[in-house]
Design a protein around this ligand. Sequence first.
Ligand SMILES: [Zn+2]
Length: 302
Amino acid sequence: MSKFALAVDVGATKVAIATIGEDFSVHQKQEVLTRADNGAQLWSSIEKVIQEFLKSESGTLIGIGVASAGPLNILNGTLSPVNIPIWRDFPIIDHLKKMSGDKKVVLHGDALALAHAEHRIGAGRGLKNMLGMVVSTGIGGGLILDGKVFRGETGNSCYIGHHSINFEGRMCACGRRGCVEAYASGPQMVAIAHENGWNPNLDSFIDLAQSAREGNAVAIDAISQGTRALSIGIVNFVGTLDINHVVIGGGVAQAGEIFWNPLQKHIKTESKAIGFLKDVHLHKAELQRDAGVLGAALAVLN
Ligand SMILES: [Zn+2]
């Protein structure tokens, strides 16, 4: 009898649900938008998809892996994603255990899940130490140390998007000032461009990247500021740990050279003063859209 894992990947704007085989093949996948009136309603839409998936799979369910935007708490199995305000201390593990007949349920941060997937089957294969990052609506990190995922005490290790690089800086959604995310997430780069007079009729990072490619100075500057903030965050982090491989995925990182060129340049400048960081290697994530659910599934497939 074949075996499979159920994967639940909770992002800022959508929750992806998938069933995944032991060979890492994605059997079924569906997304539920997080825009709901309340937390219970959002959960019930997710529950419906899971029930359908479990009904149509013929193999044995090994367990359920959950990857989520932070913060989360692995000690009591709850989520409080910054960008999903209708879920605070949401007991997702309890819910999933109940509906699966007490199967093994493991919760990972979304960026840790991405790091795990990229390390196992993507751009980080064979690396001993690496920082995996998601640069998208939010910014998160996941750490592989000595070939193993490092979760931290509560599952929030590598909360890199919300470390401050400027104590009098921009206000962040998390309540702190000067977070990396307050400059370098897609929506924040767009907000900075708007503050500086960029076309108010355009509002996505895809538009901003295109505008920068066309030579718009305000768009170029917003991306330069964002990638500079990101590079300071990365260099602080890899310098603290003395590691030198970084795998970056997420929507913003898919913009191509308009994002990667300034990022590489700023990384070089920011790491120059740290003698042992001669060579910070930036790798593009390879797994793209399925990285989240694959990373979630890996938590129980291993
Ligand atoms: Zn923050």
